[in-house]
Design a protein around this ligand. Structure first.
Ligand code: ZN
Length: 102
């Protein structure tokens, strides 16, 4: 059993403790704006870990205020859905579980 979780928004993989203590290093501002905790926006079910050193081309960077996400391990696919509060502040959000929002 792993205590690692992946952020459903940017895909970064950290431990549960990291997310509960510090939130997501990339998305915390969005989660705070939405009024949700980082844990609610992470999933213990994810696949396809990739090391990302230069994620500045990431689609996520378009609506994050930073130029690039922090380097780290990112999941290609994260199961689960973000809380609706987060989706509402992200009009261009696409789920990372492979499904589409109608
Ligand atoms: Zn994130």
């Amino acid at each position: 059993m792993s205590s690692e979780r992946a952020c459903m928004l940017c895909g970064i993989v950290l431990t549960t403790n990291d997310f509960s203590n510090d939130g997501c290093p990339n998305c915390q501002g969005i989660f705070e704006e939405a009024g949700v905790s980082a844990i609610e926006c992470t999933s213990p079910s994810f696949e396809g870990l990739v090391g990302m050193c230069k994620p500045s081309k990431s689609w996520v960077a378009k609506w994050l205020s930073v130029d690039q996400n922090i380097p780290g391990m990112y999941a290609v696919k994260v199961d689960g859905r973000l809380p609706v509060e987060v989706v509402e502040v992200l009009p261009f959000y696409k789920p990372r579980d492979g499904s589409q929002v109608e």
